[in-house]
Every structure is written in structure tokens, then in C-alpha cells.
Design a binder for this molecule. Structure first.
Ligand code: TYD
Ligand code: MG
Length: 464
């Protein structure tokens, strides 16, 4: 096995797949152009498993013993509220002890800010916590915390990046929660490759996971995202941790959306909505109100739909711009917050079913506010926005459109329609276009609802 290992000289920067020769496409994750030459690994058998390291980590807690399933007490995995309700929601109802949570996002989006706020809430006289940063000095953190009004004597700060040093201080302080900012700066001197490389990330993350499980301490790991939107060494890390949260945002807006993409302790659909203010991140209780707050009045190409994020309905504005393309060029299809393939499909459906021609038109689609919507329940609204911009006809501001659209132009039912409707009615929408046969017997306010089953019906009901 050792001989084989020595031969390996290329690895995938995305999933860690190892190969003796360079490959254009990684067989592990099918990514292109991600194989990198590995530095010769001169560390001991399994790299991080040196006897000192094993001793240091196992001393932290008892090693696990087999237990009959019926003897396990569920309350041994209690959840602790961070009192930041948007964060608790994404975690599935609070922090689970011994869990490892990866928080990813673009630089400057608010990862350090959020986790400092979380630790502040978790720090009490009975419970010290530790924030380890390899990126900022104590002075910088102090400045940040002053700005955010945080001055907690039970929240400790450590400027360090060596995993051995971190473990040493962890053993001394015995914090009840730990933040590592960031995994890319964290390194183990036993490994020869530089901090941020796949082998460093794998090994330091493996240590942190062990510590969390052995000591029942929740650990939050901050991970930077590469240009194409993935956490560096992403799949590796995602497999190792319990929960993966990503920050999304549109840089024009102060809103930050935290989305769970993996969660061993809760749903992965939930999102938390925050606003970046002068004193840190503030949870937004009613996301619909912020997404609709800057809505233009009486302009063609804009309308509102109701989407479901996890268990909560959110109203979002959808904008379309259909303009004449440069003659002879390929018409552009640009989307923000919407899957481009889905948008292209909707454009093809309009062309075929409503006999319109967009071959000489550029089409831009946008979900305002930085939300990313993947569910097909906004199909009908996308089509309505495109029609409105193309025909230059205004959709009344109190009209809302919900529905999925199939390839033959049929309007299909959506799930959780009642929740969507109640949110729409709460925000004063007077005409709500919904799929035929989607209403239940309990639906009230039927007079506001217009049921349709085809795109022709949409076109006739939209602008009046
Ligand atoms: P930060 O948490 O450092 O981002 P990350 O750790 O994801 O790189 O956030 C930095 C940005 O947030 C920075 O542009 C300044 C802004 N900010 C505020 O607007 N208000 C605040 O109270 C704080 C602490 C930061
Ligand atoms: Mg940071």
C-alpha cells in the first residue's frame, strides 16, 4: 500500500481523487482541469495519525463504545438555541452538540461576522467559547466586536492557524463551542503541502471532526469559496462535516441568504435571511417585505410570485427584459437567481405555444434581492414577466402568478399552495393566478383567485 501511495503524484483539487498520471477530467467528480501535482508526502504512514496526535485527541474524551440502539438516549444530542432565530432555523432548530458545521461563502459576505455573533450568544458564565482566527489579529477582531457591540468576557479569541496549537489551547480552555476561521488557513506542520491544499484541508478537518465527536463540542468551520462558487476542496469537506451552510447574496443588496445544502440534523431546504447593518447581521423575520420593498410601480417586465423556501412562503419580484439582439449575433439569455436551462425552456415554450419569435431578442431574467429560486412553481411567473416586457404591457402591481409549466404549455399544480396564497393575501395581492384544480376545499378568498390551465388563458388574464 505504501508503494502505491508513493506513486500517486496527482490529485483532484475538488474531490481529492488520486492518480499516478495527470488527467484532464477527474474520474472521481467529473470536473475538468482540476488535477494538480501533489508534493511528495514525507509524513508518517497516514499523515496526521502520528502517535502524539492520536494521544492528544483521544485524551480529550472517551473513545466510543458500542451501545444497543434502544439504550441510546436521544436527549444526549440536545439542541441549543443561538437566539439568532434565522440561524437556528437553518440548523434545523439550534446547534446540536458535537456537530460540525461548515459555513461557506464569498469573501466579505459576513461569515466571520455571523459566527462571532453566534459565539457571543453561546458564551455564558457556565460556557466559555473559543474563536480561532488565522486571518485576523486580536486587534482586528476587537474592532469588529466593538462595532457590533459585543464585549463578552466568556468569549475567547485565539490568533492561530496550526492545528496542534489549536488543540493544545482547546484542551486547556475546554470551550463549549469552537469557531475555526478559516479552514484554508488552518494547517498541520506534519504535512508538507501548503495551507489550503486538499491534503491540509482533509487532515485538519479530520482532526476537528474527531474533536467535536469526542468532546461533544459543536465546531463551526468557515470555508472560503472559489470563483466558481465551490468551497475549496469542497466535496471532501462536505462529506466530512454534519452540516453545510452557504451564504448567498447579490452584492447590490444588504441581504444575505444562508442556505443549508447538507444537514444531518434537519431539512436542507430552509433558508435564513439576514440584513447586514452597521452593527452586524440582523435576522429578517418577514423576507417577503424586504424583497418587495423597492418594487417599481407600473413598469412592464416586473411581477411577483410566491415561492416556498423550506417551510416558509416568500414573495419575490421577478423581472424580465426583452430587447432587440445585435443582428446576426447569437441572442443572449442571461439569468440571475434562476436556472438558465429552466429559463431557456420557458422561452422555447412561449415561442411554440404562443407563436412568438425570440430568435432576434436578448432576454434577461432576474430575481430581485439576491434570492436563488430553483423550484418550478415560478415557471408561470417567468413567462408572465417575459410576455409583459416583450409586449411592453404593465401587469397590475396587485397581481401575483403561481404555477409550474409543462412542455406542452399546460399549467401544472404546485405544492403548498395554501401557504403561498395566505402570504400573498397578507401582502394585499388582489388577483392571484393559480393552476386549475390546485385549490383545496378549505381555500378562502376564492374571489381573488383566477384558475388557469393553459398559457393562452394566462395571456388573456394577465394585463386586465
Ligand atoms: P465579514 O464577516 O468579515 O466577511 P467574511 O468573513 O465572510 O469574509 O464581513 C465583512 C463585511 O461586512 C465588510 O464588508 C464590512 C461588513 N460589515 C458591516 O457592514 N457591518 C458590521 O457590523 C460588520 C462587522 C461588517
Ligand atoms: Mg472572515
Amino acid at each position: 500500500m505504501t508503494a502505491k501511495k508513493n506513486k500517486t503524484s496527482f490529485f483532484c483539487t475538488s474531490c481529492g481523487y488520486q492518480s499516478a498520471k495527470w488527467l484532464g477530467k477527474c474520474p472521481g467528480c467529473n470536473e475538468w482541469d482540476c488535477m494538480q501535482e501533489a508534493l511528495p508526502d514525507t509524513s508518517s504512514a497516514d499523515g496526521y495519525e502520528t502517535p502524539q496526535m492520536i494521544a492528544a485527541i483521544t485524551e480529550l474524551g472517551k473513545t466510543a463504545q458500542p451501545v444497543p440502539l434502544n439504550a441510546i438516549n436521544e436527549s444526549e444530542q440536545p439542541r441549543q438555541s443561538t437566539k439568532i432565530s434565522e440561524f437556528d432555523r437553518v440548523l434545523g432548530g439550534g446547534v446540536v452538540s458535537g456537530s460540525v458545521v461548515l459555513v461557506g461563502g464569498d469573501p466579505g459576505i459576513g461569515k466571520s461576522t455571523l459566527l462571532l455573533q453566534v459565539l457571543d450568544q453561546l458564551s455564558t458564565p457556565q460556557q466559555t467559547t473559543l474563536y480561532v482566527s488565522g486571518e485576523e489579529s486580536p486587534g482586528q477582531i476587537k474592532m469588529r466586536s466593538r462595532r457590533m457591540g459585543i464585549n463578552n468576557e466568556h468569549l475567547y479569541f485565539l490568533a492561530a492557524s496550526g492545528i496542534e496549537e489549536i488543540i493544545k489551547h482547546f484542551r486547556k480552555l475546554k470551550p463549549k463551542a469552537l469557531v475555526i476561521d478559516s479552514i484554508q488557513t488552518c494547517h498541520s506542520p506534519e504535512i508538507k503541502s501548503p495551507p489550503g491544499s486538499t491534503s491540509q484541508i482533509r487532515q485538519t478537518a479530520a482532526h476537528l471532526v474527531k474533536i467535536a465527536k469526542l468532546t461533544d463540542t459543536p465546531i463551526f468551520i468557515i470555508g472560503h469559496v472559489t470563483k466558481d462558487g465551490a468551497i475549496a476542496g469542497p466535496k471532501l469537506l462536505e462529506h466530512m462535516v454534519d452540516t453545510v451552510l452557504y451564504f448567498e447574496s447579490d452584492t447590490q443588496y444588504p441581504f444575505r441568504i444562508l442556505r443549508a445544502v447538507k444537514n444531518r440534523f434537519g431539512s436542507t431546504n430552509e433558508i435564513g435571511v439576514f440584513e447586514m447593518t452597521g452593527s452586524g447581521l440582523v435576522g429578517v423575520d418577514s423576507p417577503s417585505s424586504i424583497f418587495l420593498s423597492e418594487r417599481p410601480q407600473n413598469l412592464a417586465g416586473s411581477l411577483v410570485s410566491a415561492t416556498i423556501e423550506g417551510s416558509r412562503p416568500i414573495l419575490t419580484e421577478i423581472q424580465a427584459l426583452v430587447s432587440t439582439a445585435v443582428s446576426g449575433g447569437i441572442p443572449r439569455r442571461t439569468t440571475l437567481g434562476i436556472d438558465r436551462n429552466r429559463a431557456t425552456l420557458m422561452i422555447a415554450i412561449i415561442e411554440k405555444r404562443l407563436r412568438l419569435n425570440f430568435s432576434n431578442k436578448d432576454i434577461f431574467l432576474n430575481i430581485v434581492g439576491g434570492l436563488k429560486v430553483v423550484e418550478p412553481a415560478i415557471d408561470l411567473a417567468l413567462i408572465a414577466a417575459i410576455l409583459s416586457s416583450h409586449l411592453d404591457q404593465v401587469i397590475p402591481t396587485t397581481t401575483l402568478v403561481i404555477g409550474e409549466v409543462g412542455l406542452t404549455g399546460e399549467v401544472r399544480r404546485v405544492n403548498m399552495l395554501e401557504q403561498r396564497l395566505s402570504e400573498a393575501l397578507k401582502f394585499g395581492f388582489k388577483k392571484i393566478i393559480v393552476p386549475q384544480g390546485n385549490l383545496s376545499s378549505e381555500t378562502t378568498n376564492k374571489s381573488s383567485l383566477k384558475e388557469i390551465s393553459t398559457l393562452q388563458e394566462l395571456a388573456s388574464k394577465l394585463f386586465s
